[in-house]
Design a protein around this ligand. Structure first.
Ligand SMILES: Nc1ncnc2c1ncn2[C@@H]1O[C@H](COP(=O)(O)OP(=O)(O)OP(=O)(O)O)[C@@H](O)[C@H]1O
Ligand SMILES: [Mg+2]
Length: 274
């Protein structure tokens, strides 16, 4: 089926069964007078992993950063259109952006722990949110590190510098830091691109586990990774030089990777361009 010019490879039945609390409607994003994304329409299924794939520069990170309005922080950037979260447009006047960023956590390509202890990294968000009692913070730190599958490796070095952890451990610490403020959605922008295959696999296993509780959106250049862990995939690209990025096809990952509707998707996933 086609919705607003995008091939959607899953039945209405499935989309109806899935709860979607996050929806992008006619979204275009600009950096000054450069239009990076045009007319993006997308529903993000709850408690599933949705992957954004596509050639470099097609706007995957830009789109990802819109979900918690991180793109607001880029000077000169602005949007047209809407992203609805529980029925309210996050771009509407007086929308509580601080609360949005608590609910929609983000993990970046390069692990970026604060130059503080492991404990302080995880306790930082809850402290900012006003939690002061040590016993409560201790409990949050332990729970978040356990959810991020890092507890066993760091429980004896909670008070040593996070920068002494390995890259893969640092990335799981960043995930623990995101989880500590009880988000509902987690955005990850190429979270494994700086990691070796073993650390990558640990993160992938972790994301699959976290998808039981959280809605996850991941940008990845690794096709196998998208195929392995995501339930839904959006393929984005720039069709003609100078055009903005668009979503070409969206659907269940198994369809997108085995039987894409659009020839451009097929060429990309089979490695014939991009
Ligand atoms: N801060 C910015 N200021 C100006 N233009 C930007 C900015 N960030 C991104 N762009 C432009 O917007 C377009 C989309 O960039 P974006 O980083 O979203 O792509 P991407 O798909 O994530 O690429 P990659 O796979 O290389 O990370 C590109 O043309 C890029 O040059
Ligand atoms: Mg990017």
């Amino acid at each position: 089926m086609r919705v607003d010019g995008v091939s959607v490879q899953c039945g209405f039945e499935l989309m109806e069964k899935l709860e979607c609390r996050l929806g992008v409607h006619n979204l275009s994003v600009y950096y000054d007078d450069f239009k990076a994304l045009e007319n993006i329409n997308l529903l993000i299924p709850c408690k599933r992993i949705t992957a954004f794939i596509g050639p470099s520069g097609c706007g995957k990170s830009t789109l990802l950063r819109c979900f918690n309005r991180m793109n607001d922080l880029v000077p000169g950037s602005y949007v047209e259109g809407s992203i609805f979260f529980d029925g309210t447009d996050i771009f509407s006047d007086n929308y509580d952006v601080t609360e949005l960023r608590r609910k929609v956590g983000m993990v970046f390509q390069k692990p970026n722990p604060f130059p503080k202890t492991v404990y302080e990294n995880v306790a930082y968000g809850p402290k900012i949110a006003g939690i002061k009692k040590k016993a409560v913070l201790d409990e949050i730190v332990e729970r978040s590190l356990k959810r991020a599958a890092l507890w066993d490796e760091v429980k004896d070095k909670l008070h040593s510098s996070a920068l002494r952890l390995s890259g893969g451990q640092q990335q799981r610490l960043c995930i623990a830091r995101a989880l500590a403020v009880e988000p509902e959605i987690i955005l990850l922008d190429e979270p494994c691109s700086a990691l070796d295959p073993i650390a990558t696999q640990r993160i992938e296993d972790l994301l699959v586990e976290l998808a039981e509780k959280y809605t996850i959106i991941i940008v990845t250049h690794n096709m196998q990774q998208a195929a392995r862990i995501s339930h839904f995939t959006a393929f984005m690209m720039i069709e003609e030089h100078g055009d903005p990025g668009r979503i070409i096809e969206f659907g269940e990952t198994s369809y997108i990777f085995t039987n894409p509707d659009n020839e451009k998707t097929e060429r990309y996933i089979t490695g014939r361009f991009g």
